[in-house]
Design a protein around this ligand. Structure first.
Ligand SMILES: Nc1ncnc2c1ncn2[C@@H]1O[C@H](COP(=O)(O)OP(=O)(O)OP(=O)(O)O)[C@@H](O)[C@H]1O
Ligand SMILES: [Mg+2]
Length: 262
């Protein structure tokens, strides 16, 4: 389970990381006994750092993210996060009977923001994700991209140090995804949040991250990582993004070949 680290009495952070994953392994019960899905994962996410986790389908990316979120427990090893993480998934998971604004206010309520302050904060968050004026809109009135913006605003409402994202843009068309990459980069730079972002899209990983971590398959181990020093804002079609993506894709293909996956 993700543990919340103690803060100093004056409220200052006492940690030099947003998330620390140490010697984490995870097995699930399978028909032929326990199946090792993650094997001895060690990974730190620094405060304010943007890390993407990349790997073939089924290599354990979502499993690792769920462990960091505290939704499941590692079989071995430990995970610590600086405060409770905020989550965002491929499915927006907004409440359809609430408006965009009320979905965000619910997150504010759950973290104890007084009623009188919620509306203004919800409006601010909607403005941050460029959805000014959508406060009273119901979920079915919003496009897929707009729903993911509201989901992002709701995640930000939790005021966490770290945002965990599991393929949040995978269901969107390429143009909408491109716009949301720009928005996420802008919000990350404005807020100083740490982000741990899971994807199997290499270009997306390179477009967004300061560091790309590649997981091998069966079991998931950290195969390699790359620092991405290309200046932000980047575009997915920029030559340096394409070049590094080709190098990483080669490595990913090698991992898939080694494990006989498609
Ligand atoms: N609750 C569970 N019980 C049993 N097996 C599980 C459970 N959750 C995940 N697995 C298995 O663990 C492995 C990793 O799954 P996981 O969902 O983490 O992969 P992933 O890397 O996120 O894949 P994708 O890119 O397709 O989303 C898979 O073989 C999956 O079947
Ligand atoms: Mg997954």
């Amino acid at each position: 389970m993700a543990t919340t680290l103690a803060k100093a009495a004056d409220g200052a952070d006492t940690t030099e990381y947003a998330a620390r994953i140490e010697h984490v392994s995870k097995s699930f019960a399978g028909p032929a006994g326990p199946q090792l899905v993650l094997d001895d994962i060690n990974l730190d996410v620094a405060p304010g750092e943007f890390v993407t986790l990349l790997g073939a389908s089924g290599c354990g990316k979502s499993t690792l993210l769920n462990l960091v979120a505290g939704l499941d427990k590692p079989s071995a090893g430990s995970i610590a996060t600086n405060g409770r993480p905020a989550l965002m998934f491929q499915e927006h998971a907004l409440f359809p009977w609430l408006t965009a604004g009320k979905n965000i206010e619910l997150a504010l309520k759950l973290r104890g923001v007084p009623k009188a302050a919620r509306r203004e904060r919800a409006e601010e968050l909607l403005e941050l994700v460029r959805l000014k004026g959508a406060y009273g809109k119901r979920v079915h009135e919003l496009s897929g991209g707009m729903r993911q913006r509201v989901a992002m605003a709701r995640a930000l409402a939790q005021d966490s140090q770290i945002l965990l994202m599991d393929e949040p843009f995978a269901a969107l068309d390429a143009i909408t995804r491109d716009v949301l990459h720009d928005e996420l980069t802008r919000i990350w730079r404005e807020t100083g949040l740490s982000v741990l972002f899971v994807t199997h899209n290499v270009r997306e990983a390179v477009r967004l991250a300061q560091r790309v971590v590649l997981l091998s398959s069966r079991p998931g181990r950290i195969a390699r990582e790359w620092r991405v020093d290309i200046p932000q804002p980047r575009r997915i079609e920029d030559a340096p993004v394409a070049e590094l993506s080709i190098e990483i894709t080669e490595e990913l293909r090698g991992e898939i070949r080694r494990h006989g996956q498609h």
